[in-house]
Ligand binder design. Structure first.
Ligand code: COA
Length: 279
């Protein structure tokens, strides 16, 4: 008989043991203990999941595990049902979960049994080599003087090749002040073509995961898209970062995918983001 509940203070030690047993200490090191919920059999922790709420109305299920000795007997399926109830209680309109593309079991459970759909792709990899970087000098980290020009480019993006993050909501609400923040932080790369802006890339550093993360990338031509990807790939490799990009599936151009496969081929990991709308 399985029971599910949020972690209590007297269960923290047992949770730490279970996390050790599942061998994902590194993955969960940054997560708040209070966000964990447990699956218990006779008071023994046999599984756990972490709930995070980065924004109002949105809940992410992270690091879900059923311990090996308890897998394939229906616990995980029941656990997901419980998680959807908790997410609703937390006021979620949408629940998301990211998993490796190769993880067919969890995809079967959440897709077929609970109606989660694909909402995006997340690619993570380390650039294989520092060679062949011939484009870097044509891409620049921009300063505030050309912010207006970049903003004008940004607004006429209907014809662009776009790889955007899957959160269309935040994409829509992006304004000039948001762009300025990226520029001031020197996290904005621009590529020019015949003296006009032809592509823009915004990135951030995730110290926690030692990752350079491509938040937005827009380019009018494939050539500019490749230049931007080459440059950010170079920066990541140079500073010893892994490179990550999160994109909506229908916006992921073949170019981006091809580039990623080619340049990070030894280390490429492809994840799928699933989501379920609750209301
Ligand atoms: C994924 C996980 C949470 C599922 O929990 P579980 O208790 O093993 O799952 P259940 O027993 O409830 O269900 C397994 C289902 O997957 C099916 N399944 C098993 N292996 C499968 C595979 N390789 N491909 C597709 N389906 C598979 C089973 O047939 C069963 O479906 P059914 O009930 O329709 O027959 C658990 O196995 C686990 O912790 N795995 C390692 C970590 C992980 O992958 N976490 C996922 C989040 S990132």
């Amino acid at each position: 008989m399985v029971r599910f509940s949020q972690v209590q203070s007297d269960q923290v030690g047992d949770l730490a043991e279970a996390i050790k047993e599942a061998n994902i200490l590194k993955l969960v090191a940054h997560l708040e203990v209070s966000g964990f919920h447990l699956a218990l059999v006779a008071n023994k922790i046999v599984g756990f999941v972490h709930f995070s709420k980065p924004k109002k109305g949105e809940v992410w299920l992270q690091a879900m595990r059923i311990l090996p000795g308890y897998q394939n007997s229906g616990v995980g399926t029941e656990f997901v049902e419980y998680q959807l109830i908790v997410a609703r209680d937390m006021g979620a309109r949408v629940v998301r979960l990211m998993t490796l593309k190769t993880n067919e079991k969890i995809q079967w459970i959440i897709g077929s049994k609970y109606g989660f759909c694909h909402s995006g792709i997340y690619l993570r990899g380390r650039r294989a080599s520092l060679q062949d970087i011939c484009y870097l000098h044509r891409v620049m980290v921009v300063t505030a003087e050309i912010a207006e020009e970049i903003w004008a480019f940004w607004q006429e993006d209907s014809q662009s090749l776009v790889a955007d993050d899957y959160d269309v909501q935040s994409y829509k609400s992006f304004d000039f002040d948001d762009l300025m923040q990226w520029i001031i932080k020197r996290r904005c790369l621009v590529v020019f073509r015949q003296d006009t802006v032809d592509g823009v890339l915004l990135f951030s550093e995730q110290e926690r995961t030692n990752e350079l993360f491509v938040n937005r990338i827009y380019a009018k031509t494939e050539e500019s898209l490749i230049k931007l990807l080459d440059s950010i790939g170079f920066l990541a490799a140079y500073y010893g970062y892994t490179l990550g990009i999160s994109v909506a599936e229908d916006r992921l151009t073949e170019v981006t995918r091809r580039w990623w496969k080619e340049h990070t081929r030894q280390t490429l990991r492809e994840f799928i983001v699933f989501e379920k709308q609750l209301i």
